[in-house]
Each structure stands twice: as C-alpha cells, then as structure tokens.
Design a protein around this ligand. Sequence first.
Ligand SMILES: [Zn+2]
Length: 471
Amino acid sequence: MPLRFTNTLTRQLEEFRPLDPTGKTVKLYTCGPTVYNYAHIGNLRAYIFEDLLQRQLEASGYAVERVMNLTDVDDKTIRGSREAHVALGEFTAPFKKAFFEDLDTLRIRRAQSYPAATDAAQIARMIDMIAQLVARGHAYQAEDKSVYFRIASFPNYGRLAHLNLDELRPSGRVRSDDYEKENIGDFALWKAWDEADGAVGWDSPWGRGRPGWHIECSAMATGLLGEQIDIHCGGVDNIFPHHEAEIAQTEAITGKPFVRLWMHCAHLMVDGQKMSKSLGNFYTLRDILAKGFTGREVRYALLRVNYSLPLNFTLEGLATDARESLRRIDEWLARLNDHARTATASEPHPLAEQRRFEEALDDDLNISGALGELFKIIRESNAALDAGALAPAHARRLLAWWARINAVLALEPETVALPTEVQQLLEQRAAARAAKRWADGDALRDAIAALGWTVKDTKDGQKATRLAAAG
Ligand SMILES: [Zn+2]
C-alpha cells in the first residue's frame, strides 16, 4: 500500500509522492527547539512524531534528507541571556547540549544537519532573502527601522491556516515573533537593534539588528534542502503565524510551491489540561527521569497516540500502561528467543496479519492501529506457546518480523550490562543452590533484588533482568 498522509494545506489524506524524479530521496524539514530552556514533553511529542515519520519513510525504502534548525537568537533567548547576565552563546550552549541528550534518551534518530540561526552563513542568507523581498516590493523598512513583510503583497497569506484575510481586520505591523490571528499583520523579517538586545546584533543594509524567527527557517530550509521540499513538520502551534510566514517569504522569492506536504502534530495535554508552569503540570524529560522512569517508557507514552490526535499525558499512565505494555513486549521476546533456539530454520515471511502492522503505519502513521496489531500477535503467539503449539521456526520468524518493525518503533529492551556485584552474587547463589542451601539462595536473591535486579531460575540456569525503576 502506498504511503498516505494528511496535508494541513489541503486538509486531505494524500498519497505520498516525492519531488525527486527518481522517487528515492525525501527532503524533510522539521522546526527545531528554541534553546532558551529544556524541551518540555509537548515539544518532545512533536520530535517523536517526526522520528516515527522519518523511520517509516526509511522503512518504505526512501533516503531521508532531513534538516532541523536550532533557534538560538530570538526574543526569548535574548531575554534569558539578559536575565542570566551572560552572553547569548553562553546562555544557549547548555540547552543545545541538553536537546541532543534528550534525543538520545528518547532514541530519536539524528537529522543530517542542525543549523543554528546565529551561524554566519545562515545570517548572510537571511539578509540576502530579506534584500530580495524588499527589492520585489514584498517587504519594507518602517519608521522603527525594522523590516516587515507586506502581507497584502502575497494573496495566499492565510491559506495554510485556512484564514480568510478579508474577514479579519489587519492590525498594521507585528514585531513579536508570535501573534494571534486576531491581530493579523505584517510580520518582522529584520528587527532593528534596541537596548534590550545588548551585544546581540549584526550589520545589515537596514542597520544593526537581528533576524525575525520566521525568516530563520525559510533561509535554513531553502539553503540546505533547496527551493522546494517534500515535507515540513512542526506542532500545530507552528501553523500560524510561523509556517504561514515561511510560505510567504519563500514563495514570494522563488515563485514556486515551497512545501508539498505540511504535517502538524496535535497538542499534548497533561492530566486533561493544557500544560502550564502555573498549573504545576509542566514537565521536561529531566523531571520525568528524576521520578524513576526510563527514556524508553517516555518514548512509548508519547509515541502510542496518533499524531493528529491530542495526547493526554499522565504520570499514572506512564507507570501503568507504558510500563505494562513494554513488559509484555519484553516477556514475549524472551519467550520467543528461548523457543527459537531449537529451530533449525525460519519459516518464510511475512504473514498476512503481520503486514497489517505496516499497512496501519502507511495509513497516515496510524501508530495506535499498528501497536494494536503487534499486541494481537503477542497475545496469539503467547497462547500458542502456552499450548505447546508454536513451532520453533515460527518463533524465529516472529523475531525476524519484530526486528523489522522495531526499526520503526525503536522500543527494544534496554541493554544493561550486568554489574560485577550482581554477577558475584549470582555465582554465590548458583553454588548455594547446587549445595541445596535453599535459605542462602533465597537470601542472595533478595540481595540481588536490593541492587535492582530480579533472578529467574530456568532450565538454562539463572537469568537476571533489571527491575523496572520504582514509579
Ligand atoms: Zn520553523
């Protein structure tokens, strides 16, 4: 089945066809973090959705060329550096580092390139694009010395957000990077330096200043991927004004459709409410790891709901649903591995019901449907194992299938090396049991549990697995 995705621009489910005439490469641009703070789980949900998209494209045979920007100069980063009394670069560096750590913790694959807005080459490209917009009458320098995009010069402005400009009263100009559609207005491309900017600024044909947020993404996307790209993603918050502005700036210069497919990830709620610092339900990944959860559990919790639907995140759900689902996967894999060892060959695959997993993902990344198919297969094969009715070759085939679908899910069990202490206790316990010193064996099992490991006695000897961290 061909890949199909819902396009925000048309609001239709569309069959995916890349721009590349050979049909092999997909150009993907995803809006990255503004590095004034740690990413919160709403941001991370969007990054996990984009990771799923990239992995599904790759599993479908495409080579994905992906760029994700780092916004390291804007109103928020400048305010943060001023409040911390440090230079802008010094202020953003630890948040950039933390962003990459979060990606690794959540098993998110890296893009090819993470350009920073303050890179000299990127600033030069932004200035060049703004100059072209001014030359063509799409932009102007106002009395405040800032340069604004003239939205009246671009009839398609509002198309992505499905706004009718005639029905909205324009409010003149908007200097802030974020504004509501109720005060629709000309947005800033270049912000003239003011005292609050301190040492932050670059020289330009319009005087000293800094770029607006929107032009950063237009410059980096076209500079690194070309004038036209296949897919552009972000959160629903990005649709207006950010992505609307990106289209206007880019297409006013190139005269070509900038993006073929726009995909946006729905909101994340916490305990059924909008996440906010004042409600005390605002979490970064660090906050959740500090409560004893693993990156794999957080990945599962943020992955399992279709991207187009709001996701309600709760710590209780993380402690029960996510943990329980992963435990079922782990136990199933352990049973299959045990059983497959006696197989001499694998049955050919795939099975029809296994293809249903892939077909669900092909259908607008229906991950909840795909996981439903996985757990159905887990239930059925566990029942067959219980009944002694599963052939070892079939177990091996299921493991081969798991390896293939896990390239998309990235939910494999954590591989944790056995600590020396635990290894020594296991050896003592094996000796105690061999000598039929059962009480000693039990005491040693408790000592191992105290170190966070659980022991099972199998026909192949003791097996230690790490206990799930306490919630
Ligand atoms: Zn962007």
